[in-house]
Design a protein around this ligand. Sequence first.
Ligand code: ADP
Length: 435
Amino acid sequence: MMSGIWQRSFNIVFTILIAVVVWLIFGAVKALLFLCIALLWMVFQHIRHLVALEQWLRLSDHTSGSIPAGSGAWDDLFAHLARYVRQHSQSQERLSSALERMQRATAAMPDGIVILDESNRIEWCNPVAEHHLGIDLNLDTGQPIIHLVRQIPFVEYLSARRYSNPLILKQMRQQGLVLSLQLVPYGYNQKLLISRDITRFEKIETMRRDFIANVSHELRTPLTVINGFLETLSFTDDVSPDFNKRALTLMTEQATRMQRLIEDLLVLSRLEDMHNKIKEKTVNVADLLNDLLREAESLSAGRHRIKLILSANDKLRGSEEELRSAFSNLISNAIRYTPDRGEIVINWEKHNEQGLFFVQDSGIGIEKEHIPRLTERFYRVDSSRSRETGGTGLGLAIVKHIANRHEARLEITSEVGKGSRFSIWFPAKLMVSEN
Ligand code: ADP
């Protein structure tokens, strides 16, 4: 410390000493002149350093390397300044790398995040939020969030200040997108808006609701019929034998219908159970189809011409029970949706190493717009025809599940009034050649 003060005072002390010597040798006037020149030189030096400092301050890039060199006390000052700038830029680097890490982390998040200020204006958001809420961070920073998410439930949610439960919102800008929005207050009146895409969960939830409604509806009709007859029979003393017989026949029909429905529901639930693995074996397709041909003939009772073509003698790796169920569903559909004297062809062949099973009928056919929805549970083109012929509306859903479990593809082609073809393409790896 002492040496610093001494160094900084050295120039002045040295100048005064010289001035004293000059005074002693050349007189007071020359000594004063010398002192003036020396002081002017010192002032000039300070001004030069001040100008250098001022120019450095004007620079946009304040790196420690760009700090001017100085002498005397200025040298110390500039050295301190250089150290300060170095420390500052190091901490700024740390800060920006932390910010970059945070931005990378939030960008990788599956949820959208928007930071809102105390007036609910957008301060920042991640790319997922941009996609969910249609925000463009470059353009919309500082915009009130309600200018971008204008739906009334959201505006109410924002102003109600009860954020414990999320708000479910169907996003208007993107068709079909369902979002769960949750506001989380933090800091000084700031808020985090978290958006989550729940489209898939909503779809599953809707399917679950529809499924329960459909099953209830399917069971209600036969139960109403049975109940009606039971009430009549229990309140009427003198029931004619004819009525009795008709009641029993209709009640049995409805009970059978309920039983079929419950059996199909159980089959579907077994097929949908992930833990229920396929009981694979080598299935003799020819034997299986010959069996099913006999069943088809008895179901048709001579009303149709049914032909079985076995072009391949390959067997198939898979579950015999499931394959029987899929093939039998398609064959019985062909019979049920083909008017009398129609023709039905059941076919097994090998095509480009793949196995191809198809049932072709000359029946009523299906309009194009229905085809993509046929495998949905309870989807029927003509409900009354389906029910009259003992359909549950679950047959093709079962077939589709079985095909998926065998990594096979269900293909439906049809022409109204001409007939339909339901094909199942099995992958080559499931085909077992005879030789
Ligand atoms: P369903 O028990 O009603 O027959 P499915 O799931 O087996 O249920 O079939 C769904 C719908 O697909 C049927 O209601 C019917 O409208 C249509 N469909 C199925 N197979 C055929 C076919 N071979 N010809 C014409 N329509 C068919």
